[in-house]
Design a protein around this ligand. Sequence first.
Ligand code: PDD
Length: 286
Amino acid sequence: MSRIAYVNGRYRPHRDALVHIEDRGYQFSDGVYEVCEVSGGRLVDERRHMERLQRSLAELHIRLPMTLRALSVVLHETIRRNRVDWGIVYLQITRGVARRDHAFPAPEVTPSLVVTARALSKTRNEALAAKGIAVVSVPDNRWARVDIKTVGLLPNVLARQTAVEQGARDAWFVDRDGRVTEGASTNAWIVTKAGTVVTRPAADHAILRGITRMVLFDAINAKGLALEERAFTLAEAYAAREAFVTAASQIVLPVVAIDGRPIGGGKPGPIASALRREFHRYAEAG
Ligand code: PDD
């Protein structure tokens, strides 16, 4: 089946879906994005993703090119036209098309909106979760506002490539104090020997406020697990009982090795696996 993309007001065959060469997303990474899980053909946690989108846009003074209600229609229509049962929907909003100049276009131009949807293999994802993934650590060399979900992802791209070249699946960014910030496209978590679930706080702008992360807080609290929002060091991660990552496209993926050192005996841990199983009880399906 041929894929369909939404580009600035039109549904186009994927291969013909084009944006202008002077789109500021293309020239300056001057735009933001969201990735939402689609499950059973329904959007997961649309409300939270739209809240984060609005925040990212506000931080960059980009306006939403249509109402949230209209955007929701486009998201659902793109999912429907691509017949996605399980997979992801991707949306990107840039400041628009204008002659290249670093300052914002004046007068303002209409922001560009692109939406795509893609089916993923549930079987493959479940197999990955059953096996667990390896991660490698890399220095966090990103800018100071990674809480804004911008399309400027070059450090993340290079980090993931480093991981791939070392036979790993994800990279964990480590700050100057030796503390893990997050994964290249995931939030990072550990479970200590005492059984406490630990992840970095989002308050200092050093991580993306992951939607999966927020939903997981509810799941962790409901299970009566101890939870600490604090930075943890790489050394602490090496010694952890379990480790895992979260993202909308992956839900919860157990980590079984960090920098070649086995975590939890090199097998997915029970807490990560249980949280993965129970995640959708706490997520909102639209
Ligand atoms: N990535 N941290 C970073 C740097 C991310 O890029 C992502 C998501 C997350 C997890 O956020 P959420 O739970 O809202 O998906 C954390 C998306 C999936 C991506 O870039 O493909």
